[in-house]
Design a protein around this ligand. Structure first.
Ligand SMILES: C[S@@+](CC[C@H](N)C(=O)[O-])C[C@H]1O[C@@H](n2cnc3c(N)ncnc32)[C@H](O)[C@@H]1O
Length: 239
């Protein structure tokens, strides 16, 4: 079980590589223009890991109380922004580690004219553990997480049993976690972890969910299809 103030779930191993940011002029311009409005600063971990941490004040961040949708790793926001626009009744919070992508997301938010989406440049595993209140997430989206296909890198995959414990602790009862991947082996790992997890129920008894029609196609999904890979969708309800 993951306590609220326990800090990192897995020390040292992260699900991403810090890429040196080649940022476009448009992405930088969007960051300069819109960060104040839609980017939330993640408070840095305290020097003393035992120090109490204030969880994010979601009501203050969104200026209202509303159901919370969290997306992990939205990339350039190709599916995130239209999906947030289609759900004005919800507050949507996205965690992305790659700053240039956040620049792209901000441009899309401005184009869409929406105000129910905020982005944090942060490792989702760290933020969920340190900063999100318990029982706060209504919906969690994890679409095409970095697959880490080589066996020696599997330990970097975001979705494993310790991450599932963390999600279970942060998600509301009856919350829904939707996932998708084009890597069969990772899809199998997700099924194994979540089918066996005491706090999640597979919404589709037969196993895989049908492709979620509400999720717009992204270049990552398209790349998988073009390469001849099957797209696996999964949907789990928190008990
Ligand atoms: C393969 S891309 C998929 C992007 C998008 N979901 C899509 O379907 O197009 C995975 C994204 O997850 C981000 N990412 C990986 N690990 C992360 C983490 N621990 N926290 C936040 N973002 C992460 C990467 O920077 C990248 O943008």
């Amino acid at each position: 079980m993951v306590g609220h103030r326990t800090g990192q779930v897995r020390r040292g191993i992260v699900s991403f590589v810090r890429r040196g940011g080649r940022i476009t002029i448009a992405q930088q311009r969007n960051l300069d223009r819109y960060s104040d409005q839609w980017v939330i600063e993640a408070p840095a971990p305290a020097a003393d890991p035992a120090a109490p941490v204030e969880p994010l004040d979601l009501t203050a961040i969104f200026g209202r109380e509303a159901p919370l949708i969290v997306e992990i790793g939205p990339g350039m926001g190709e599916s995130l922004v239209p999906m947030a626009a289609a759900r004005p009744e919800a507050s949507v919070l996205a965690f992305e580690v790659y700053q240039p992508s956040i620049g792209s997301i901000l441009g899309k938010i401005a184009d869409a004219g929406i105000d129910n989406l905020r982005v944090m440049e942060a490792d989702a595993a760290d933020v969920l553990a340190r900063l999100l209140p318990a029982d706060s997430i209504d919906r969690l989206w994890t679409f095409f997480p970095d697959p880490w296909p080589k066996k020696k890198h599997h330990k970097r995959r975001l979705v494993d049993s310790s991450f599932a414990d963390l999600v279970a602790a942060r998600m509301k009862r009856h919350g829904i976690w939707r996932l998708a991947t084009d890597w069969e082996d990772y899809a199998g790992q997700m099924r194994e972890v979540l089918d066996d997890h005491p706090r999640f129920v597979n919404e589709f008894r037969e196993g895989w969910a049908p492709r979620w029609e509400q999720r717009p196609m992204t270049r990552f999904e398209q790349r998988g299809i073009t390469a001849g890979r099957h797209i696996f969708d999964l949907s789990y309800r928190r008990r």
